[in-house]
Design a protein. Structure first.
Length: 271
């Protein structure tokens, strides 16, 4: 569970946490609230896909970009073109320009047959050639109206089944998959490279609740990360889309405090 970014845990804000506000708002809020950096979800708006503009934002707010979430979601299939390998190469270029060390990737979709067939070998090649961590994110089964599973990912929504060295743990995704994030921390061991802090229930939708509002016991997971010496990034990736700016600020402040408390960090991020 070692981190590419050094021994101290960083608590980072995902730009998706400010949606429907733009990526620029994530930098402003992260700086104002005292986060350690920003993970950019590429594809939320045009600015998120423009590395030069992101450099300017990071410099202006003195807020580093610590991770790039590549546009491999269903809704971002046309961002940076339609070739998934080109997307991952462009993510590496952006990460290198911004000084980020982690690229977050979703598993291939079932219909991306060629991409899926060479996925694990290609990821290892990208890590070797770029020096970056490509952390594959745990997903969840899509369920039809009757509750049956729809096969959407190849070979599986379960990232642990992929022969990849680095994984991203998303608590909300674990909840939909009816898994325990704490058990996954133990099961994955050294493969755990990156964390999306949120919460959820085992319903059919990806809720991205504030920590403590669901069934994943994020407090226990964070304490376990601290106990075992996890030194990576804990990225706040919560949904605030129904909140106004004041409420959003309060929610993101609360989550930052929650993360640092249960990681055993001081409010300024020190141990």
């Amino acid at each position: 569970m070692t981190s590419p970014s050094g021994p101290a845990v960083q608590v980072v804000l995902s730009s998706s946490s400010v949606y429907p506000e733009p990526t620029s708002a994530a930098f402003a809020l992260a700086s104002r609230l005292g986060y350690d950096g920003v993970e950019v979800m590429v594809g939320m708006d045009a600015l998120s896909a423009d590395a030069d503009a992101l450099v300017e934002l990071a410099d202006y707010h003195q807020m580093p970009v610590t991770a790039i979430h590549s546009p491999t979601l269903l809704l971002t299939q046309r961002v940076w073109g339609t070739d998934p390998w080109e997307k991952l190469k462009r993510a590496a270029e952006a990460a290198t320009k911004l000084g980020a060390k982690v690229v977050v990737v979703h598993p291939p979709f079932r219909w991306q047959r060629s991409y899926a067939a060479g996925f694990t070998k290609g990821i290892r090649g990208l890590e070797r050639d770029t020096g970056l961590i490509y952390a594959i994110e745990n997903m969840y089964p899509w369920r039809g109206p009757g509750g049956g599973e729809v096969r959407a990912y190849s070979p599986s929504w379960d990232a642990a089944l992929l022969d990849c060295d680095h994984l991203t743990l998303d608590f909300s995704h674990a909840s939909i998959a009816r898994q325990s994030s704490l058990e996954l921390v133990h099961y994955w061991g050294e493969r755990l490279a990156h964390v999306h802090l949120t919460d959820g229930t085992n319903g059919p939708t990806d809720e991205h609740l504030l920590p403590g509002q669901g069934d994943q016991h994020p407090d226990l997971v964070l304490a376990e990360l601290a106990r075992t010496g996890f030194g990576g990034q804990v990225v706040v990736e919560v949904s605030t889309r129904g909140l106004n700016r004041t409420e959003r600020t309060q929610a993101l402040t609360q989550t930052l405090d929650y993360a640092r408390q249960h990681l055993g960090l001081n409010q300024d991020g020190g141990q």
